[in-house]
Design a protein around this ligand. Structure first.
Ligand code: PLP
Length: 593
């Protein structure tokens, strides 16, 4: 089978200006480009090799087309066989490159004079980077710049048409791309090829990038009420400001599709004039949301928004893809258009790196310069409109760290979700502690948990308050301060350790008492981000701290928790029941045959 000339041209240094009418002419043109005499001994070998490379490129393009067209029809064993055959070819191609290194390196070394310029230019990394392709973890490509092939390839790279050429690490970096591909695979599974991700240096940078891509001056934004405090601030103090984008914020207090639809209709009526004048409505929701871990009915909200042609952005940080994969809904109308994660939390896992990501359909994320797709121009997609310009990229070191952390996401989240069941029930056993957590069957949000979250597990973030005990503020503060070291006194969430914060004294301290109450936050509200520890130790620490600081002002407080024996039994029951549930939901061997 003769390789298609058009497919082969992509490999030419004159890919955009070539006059070649055959593979052989392509190879000759290449030699001319580098001033090589094709009749010389060296030239003949280079010519023959170049011809083979053009043929291989042509064949591989056909292989891609055929794979895309037929893969779904193959049974699993054939797909395994094809995977391994192609995988082996990757090694063969790398081996070719490795074999080329010897003559290439010799030519390079022969050019060095006595005043060797290695110390300024550095070595020639191309030589030594080849085995790095086989590194079992993504390679940390810690570089600002990249070596280019030739002018026409660089030109293509600048127009987003040459994926093998990163231009500058602020724009594209292989380690960051590795992570982006991994999160898309995790979120989207078999449909991963329809989605793309861009990584940012924090969750907030990802959210800001998405909002600045979506919003235009004077637009309307429906926002779920309980968004992370930083997002609240970004919206109020920047996007809504008249001297900035003058975005009209419309707060959504409910959780259901019906409530959302009512709010949307009201907003459409109230802002009819602005909408007629060109203002568009956008939807930004966080689910599960801060600080109570409450779930919104995301599929129903997306359906309602999409009926009106509105785009929905979802911050799904708290659930992580372990609990919730909104982009895998069969009905596309139920999928958000963008999913955001703060990698800083459970996906990274350790809290050692701040990072974030936006995931969306291919055409919303990237379109080659000059092209359009699905009604969008290239300059409207997230990459060119925002990412390329603003510079909030994720560097290679942090991308690597998040990627490594992601590998243990399943294990960590499983433990955390079970621990959430344990800890929420432990607190709920106390008659003067109100637990705002959908892990409890009696909680109004528990139906949505069951409908939407994997294994019906709860989000590992919830709140408790002690208003019923009418504690003196000083005693509550002493109790709260005594929760270290079993609980971490830290502002973040989603780390391996359990962390507490008091929203009324920290993140929500600027809200008025009425606004706090509307947000279900009271002076004694404690937000708990559940970790992977042994819950017995945490429960014991709560009892000891209550003995020290609450019993003197509220006699008998510490005795009103469930007994130590009961707590042990409850924890064991949740662990056994949850693991049984997971085992029962395991895919079977036959599912994979
Ligand atoms: C739900 C949620 N989204 C986004 C963010 C912001 O992420 P980052 O801290 O990585 O900027 C946070 C931070 O706490 C969060 O809790």
């Amino acid at each position: 089978m003769e390789a298609n000339l058009d497919d082969a041209k992509i490999l030419s240094p004159r890919r955009n200006t070539t006059q070649a009418a055959s593979i052989e002419e392509l190879a000759r043109e290449q030699l001319q480009h580098f001033a090589i005499d094709a009749a010389s001994e060296h030239g003949q070998l280079l010519l023959a090799t170049a011809e083979e490379l053009y043929r291989a490129q042509g064949n591989l393009s056909q292989l891609w087309a055929q794979t895309a067209a037929t893969l779904n029809q193959l049974d699993r064993s054939d797909r395994v066989a094809y995977f391994n055959a192609k995988r082996f070819m990757s090694f063969q191609l790398a081996k070719l490159l490795d074999s080329l290194q010897n003559p290439l390196r010799a030519s390079f070394q022969s050019l060095q004079g006595n005043d060797f310029n290695i110390s300024t230019r550095g070595g020639y990394p191309l030589f030594d980077n080849i085995p790095a392709i086989f590194s079992a973890t993504p390679v940390i490509a810690r570089t600002a710049t990249y070596i280019y092939a030739c002018t026409e390839w660089i030109d293509d790279a600048f127009r987003g048409r040459e994926p093998s050429h990163d231009i500058y690490s602020r724009l594209l970096n292989p380690t960051s791309i590795s992570l982006a591909n991994a999160i898309v695979d995790l979120e989207c599974g078999p449909e991963a090829n329809q989605y793309m991700a861009w990584n940012f240096n924090s969750g907030m940078a990802a959210i800001d990038a998405l909002l600045s891509n979506q919003l235009s001056h004077g637009d309307l934004l429906i926002v779920s009420r309980h968004v992370y405090g930083g997002v609240h601030q970004l919206l109020q103090d920047f996007y809504a400001r008249q001297d900035k984008l003058a975005i009209q914020l419309i707060w959504f207090d409910g959780t259901s599709g019906d409530e959302f639809e009512q709010l949307l209709k009201k907003a459409q009526d109230e802002h009819a004039k602005a909408i007629k004048g060109g203002a568009r409505i956008h939807v930004y929701i966080e689910s599960p949301c801060n600080p109570h871990g409450t779930m919104l009915d995301v599929p129903a909200i997306c359906r309602a928004a999409h009926r009106e042609n509105l785009l929905v952005s979802l911050d799904a940080t708290l659930a992580t893809p372990f609990l919730y994969k909104p982009l895998r809904r069969e009905d596309r109308a139920e999928r958000p258009d963008f999913v955001v994660h703060s990698y800083t939390k459970d996906i990274g896992g350790t809290g050692a790196a701040t990072a974030g990501v936006v995931i969306g359909e291919n055409h919303r994320m990237f379109i080659p310069k000059g092209d359009s797709a699905n009604g969008l121009n290239w300059n409207q997609c997230l990459f060119w409109d925002v990412y390329y310009i603003k510079g909030a990229f994720l560097d290679a070191d942090k991308a690597w760290e998040v990627h490594c952390g992601m590998r243990t996401l399943e294990m960590r989240m499983l433990t955390k979700c079970i621990n959430t069941l344990c800890l929420s029930h432990f607190f709920a056993s106390h008659p003067q502690i109100r637990v705002n957590c959908h892990a409890l069957e009696s909680h109004p949000n528990s139906e949505l948990r069951k409908a939407l979250l994997r294994y019906q597990f709860p989000t590992p973030l919830f709140t408790i308050d002690m208003e019923a005990a009418q504690l003196p503020t000083e005693a509550f503060k002493r109790f709260f301060d005594a929760l270290e070291p079993a609980f971490g006194q830290m502002v973040s969430l989603g780390q391996t350790n359990t962390m507490v914060l008091c929203p009324a004294l920290t993140s929500h301290s600027e809200l008025s008492p009425e606004a706090m109450e509307a947000a279900d936050i009271f002076p004694t509200t404690i937000r708990i981000s559940v970790g992977d520890e042994n819950m017995a130790q945490l429960a014991a620490h709560v009892i000891s701290s209550a003995r020290l600081h609450l019993d003197p002002v509220c006699p008998g407080f510490s005795d009103s928790f469930m007994s130590a024996e009961d707590a042990d039994a409850v924890f064991a029951r949740f662990y056994l029941k949850s693991h049984k549930k997971v085992v029962e939901a395991f895919p079977r061997v036959a599912d994979y045959l």
